[in-house]
Design a protein around this ligand. Structure first.
Ligand code: FCA
Length: 327
């Protein structure tokens, strides 16, 4: 009995020592994003830095535009003795690879914005996630467009609805579905929906996609445009301008509300970029990083799923809305 007890004690002491040694390592947390040049991700990084500064840990920011760079970045974090990371992957189908690599390196991982899926396309529940309430936010986009269509006295039958689409990404599909459902509920005929599939989630790809869609659908007098983010809608708006659809003939509402949208609102004359649903880079950057920090230092795992909300922001009410959101 005694021998067994002392053995147990030794084991406990050893465990404690190992834990203490671990706790003494400086905390290092990675923040990996798929599109480092996009203002939304720049904002997430900025807020993640704020968490690092407050808590006194090191933040390692790495851009991961493809799977190869992503795998190298995770290995790199492990080699630097990081303990965990937040990730927005270049392709959600890389989910299993992320999970395996994190496990192998004993790194805590949490996803942000784009939820990882397994081989069957199901969300990987074991990886905590913070994303936006995509469908609801999409609905806000659609309702905002419908309200402005009405305010301008346009007839829905004459309005083409351009869905800048990136359907391989579930959150993107849900966002545009929400917008479509709201527009249809407001009287948009199904036949007026025009898909403009983009090959990447940036402005240039959206511009190219929208140009093709305009060419194929010359019959509409007015246009509304929506997509997964501000870049998608900006691409459509720029393409519209090239076709003679300026702000009096076209309306777009994006999702994001970071610098890309603000630059557009700052132009002296209004463009067809009517508004955006402002989402919170602070929650997605600061809060996720803090959650991983607490996971590393207190062994407290983040909630498995957090969905954040948004607020419609237009050129008119931008200052007020940003203030309300603490930006
Ligand atoms: C996705 C989009 C980004 C941003 C984020 C919240 O990752 O690609 O533009 O909208 O969700």
């Amino acid at each position: 009995m005694n021998a067994r007890r002392s053995l147990l004690l030794t084991a406990l002491l050893a465990l404690g020592a190992a834990h203490a040694a671990h706790a003494a390592d400086p905390v290092k947390i990675g923040f990996l994003v798929k599109q480092a040049e996009e203002p939304w991700f720049q904002d997430e990084w900025r807020f993640a830095e704020q968490a690092a500064k407050e808590k006194g840990f090191t933040l390692v920011k790495i851009g991961i535009p493809n799977g190869e760079k992503m795998m190298a970045a995770i290995d790199n974090l492990a080699a630097q003795k990081a303990q965990g990371f937040v990730i927005c992957v270049p392709d959600v189908k890389l989910g299993m690879a992320v999970e395996r690599s994190a496990k192998r390196h004993q790194l805590k991982v949490m996803s942000v914005d784009d939820r990882l899926v397994d081989g069957a396309g199901k969300p990987i529940e074991a990886i905590p996630h913070m994303g936006i309430s995509a469908y609801e936010i999409g609905k806000q986009v659609g309702q905002g467009l419908a309200a402005e269509v009405k305010a301008r006295g346009w007839t829905m039958a004459e309005v083409g609805a351009m869905r800048v689409a990136y359907d391989q990404l579930p959150t993107a599909r849900e966002r545009t579905q929400g917008a479509l459902d709201a527009l249809k509920a407001a009287g948009l005929p199904e036949a007026n929906v025009v898909d403009a599939p983009q090959s990447k989630t940036d402005t240039e790809s959206a511009f190219n996609a929208a140009n093709i869609a305009f060419t194929k659908n010359p019959k509409f007098k007015h246009w509304v445009a929506f997509g997964l983010n501000d870049e998608a809608v900006l691409g459509a708006v720029r393409a519209g301008e090239g076709r003679g659809f300026k702000q009096d003939a076209m309306l777009g509402i994006g999702i994001g509300g970071s610098q890309a949208a603000l630059n557009e609102f700052a132009k002296p004359a209004a463009t067809a970029f009517f508004g955006t649903v402002l989402i919170s880079p602070k929650r997605h950057g600061y809060e996720t990083t803090l959650l991983v920090y607490q996971w590393v230092t207190e062994n407290k795992a983040p909630p498995s799923l957090t969905l954040t909300s948004g607020t419609l922001m237009t050129r008119r009410n931008q200052a007020e809305v940003r203030k309300q959101m603490g930006l």
